[in-house]
Design a protein around this ligand. Sequence first.
Ligand SMILES: Nc1ncnc2c1ncn2[C@@H]1O[C@H](COP(=O)(O)OP(=O)(O)OP(=O)(O)O)[C@@H](O)[C@H]1O
Length: 261
Amino acid sequence: MIDVAVALSVSDGRRRFELDVRFASQAPVVALYGPSGAGKSLTLQAMAGLLRPAAGHVRVGGKTWFDAAAGVDVPAQARGVGYLFQHYALFPHLSVRENVAFGLTTWRRRLSAADAARVDELLESFGLAALAHSRPCTLSGGQQQRVALARALACKPQVLLLDEPFAALNPMLRQQLREELAAVRARWGIPAVMITHDVEDVLALANVAYLVEGGRAVRAVDLDQAESRELAASALQPAPSRPPRPQQARLRTLLSTRDAA
Ligand SMILES: Nc1ncnc2c1ncn2[C@@H]1O[C@H](COP(=O)(O)OP(=O)(O)OP(=O)(O)O)[C@@H](O)[C@H]1O
């Protein structure tokens, strides 16, 4: 169960943005979908403990990571989050294998045999074994993305937080990597929250999608109950100026929760 209710305000002195996002889902893959600047990345950062909300809570898999009322605020490094950043953020001076193993090592400890086996399994799963000793700058975009995914999974996270995981890839690679991610995520049984602008990502990977607009989750779409990809895609269009269509009545049934809260 992923249960998020975060309220916070960010300001750089001239601009101010109010975030008040709530959603709760048992789904293995939750998508946060919506226009640029809607508050999706801030939500993920608050889940990861990189931003401290003024109010609300973050609960994942029965554990409370943050609860403003109860004074709970588990440090980011203790939350068990596998975070995939938009631009991968690989360490350029480390090899592929060292990047994947990064979260499992400390400056004085070598990898345990079990951790080393896990790293090797991830390298194998993502087709990276032959590149294990290469540096990130010598890899293609798709290969770099696989390294970032493997690194996010290496520390056995409670949840994967994926910020636009496929945005930098060409359409063919996107499709391939969606399939790889879906397979590996399911095999390791780790729930994920994914930010995306791309309806295809939602349709390929998510069980439920929350449309985020203006700092709020304004609508939930249960994709497991979607009657068709077309209907699900229609349901995810932002509200303004959507022309009335014959499917509208059927679409309403897709919107299992009109207000995501
Ligand atoms: N430190 C900050 N100070 C002021 N405004 C901020 C700060 N951080 C983020 N914002 C603003 O908050 C809003 C939400 O940002 P956020 O990064 O969550 O959007 P997003 O939905 O992830 O967008 P995108 O899809 O483009 O990545 C944006 O308008 C952004 O400019």
